[in-house]
Design a protein around this ligand. Structure first.
Ligand code: FAD
Length: 328
């Protein structure tokens, strides 16, 4: 009797203490959409959700976070040290916040940003990082994919603090409707002696980013040259779509590697994915098979892409794509 009462008390304390820190990804002005998906994952874990916004003049980004439903508190750190959002300066800040607030979970999106910062945090906390979860089963049990997305692994973490990156495409974006308090993050000297941000050159494009695009037109080796990608840009323009590519198309130099979709490229899940001249290797499917509707154009009826496509067109792309573009 006594022991069951004690168990009850202890588990209710554990429940009350559950709290998650989400490390926001942003450009000081606006949030990267993956932050909204990560907040949804944090809400699924349960307990309080705190979001850390670190940057230079990041007032607009922290305001935006405070208005998201389910966010309990925003902690803000503004300093030149966070110019360029280098992991060397962010890691000690996350650790200082952890030291002060004693979170049970620390989350970030599974992007280059999150994958740079959180493994460092996990190493310093002496816990195992959990990478790219696709679902939350409970506060200590998470789901991720393995073998290029062909198998699903459910894992239970026994670490006291769970440090997790989240695959954005598997969680809905958290909506507006919050009014969280904004506080200062713990003060400290976060400037790294190891590295200093100098400058960055971002690719400028009038097209939508692959991550977050509702429609993606993607090309493979079947396009035969970079010039022929013009066919896909023309089609994409009809939808306001982003353009992606297979690794074979990238390796052949048809398009730059930031267009690559797949296991070693970007993971996308648009409403519509049009795969043109792509065979459908498992490493490519790993990056796009969660798309809502998949259309494949390929001249080989046996191409594996047809096994995952909702609509398949067995045709020569050099004839089918211009026809399709004209008809839309
Ligand atoms: P192919 O397999 O050569 O297919 C070309 C297709 O075009 C064929 O199906 C052909 O029938 C069709 N075709 C040709 N001409 C026409 C035409 N005129 N009209 C219509 N159809 C035509 N791949 C990725 O995409 N992303 C990754 O992230 C990735 N990561 C990898 C990681 C590892 C560790 C490894 C080993 C491989 C990885 N790959 C990745 C490579 C992958 O295995 C495939 O080699 C690649 O996806 C093939 O690209 P593709 O479909 O464009 O080319």
């Amino acid at each position: 009797m006594f022991s069951s009462t004690r168990t009850f008390v202890r588990s209710s304390i554990l429940h009350r203490c559950k709290s998650t820190l989400v490390v926001a990804e942003h450009n000081n002005e606006t949030l990267n959409p993956v932050t909204l998906n990560t907040i949804t994952a944090a809400k699924k874990i349960g307990g309080d959700v705190t979001v850390l916004v670190a940057g230079t003049k990041c007032g607009p980004a922290s305001e935006a976070v405070s208005k998201i439903q389910g966010v309990g508190k925003v902690i803000v750190a503004e300093s030149d040290a966070f110019k360029g959002f280098t992991p060397e300066s962010l890691t000690p800040l996350v650790l200082a916040a952890q030291n002060q607030f004693k979170f049970t979970h620390i989350l970030a999106g599974a992007t280059a940003f999150g994958k740079n910062v959180l493994p460092r945090v996990a190493a310093k906390l002496d816990v195992s990082p959990i990478s790219e979860i696709i679902d939350v089963k409970s506060e200590d049990t998470f789901v991720r994919t393995i073998y290029a997305g062909n198998a699903v692994l459910t894992l239970k973490s026994t670490d006291a603090i769970k440090v997790i990156t989240v695959r954005g495409t598997n969680f809905e974006a958290a909506g507006a409707g919050g009014s969280a308090a904004i506080e200062q993050a713990p003060a400290g000297e976060y400037k790294s002696a190891l590295c200093e941000f100098v400058s960055q050159e971002l690719t400028k494009s009038d097209r939508p980013e692959l991550a977050g695009a509702k429609v993606i037109v993607s090309g493979g080796r079947g396009l035969k040259s970079g010039d022929n990608f013009k066919l896909l840009y023309n089609l994409a323009d009809k939808f306001g779509a982003a353009v992606g590519a297979s690794r074979a198309a990238v390796d052949a130099g048809f398009v730059p590697n930031d267009l690559q979709i797949g296991q070693t490229g970007k993971i996308v899940a648009p409403d519509l994915y049009i795969a043109v001249g792509i065979s459908g290797a498992i490493q490519h499917l790993a990056g796009m098979k969660d798309s809502k509707t998949i259309v494949a154009i390929n001249k080989d009826p046996e191409a594996p892409i047809f096994q995952v496509s909702d609509i398949g067109l067995v045709a020569d792309l050099f004839k089918a794509v211009p026809e399709l573009t004209e008809k839309i």
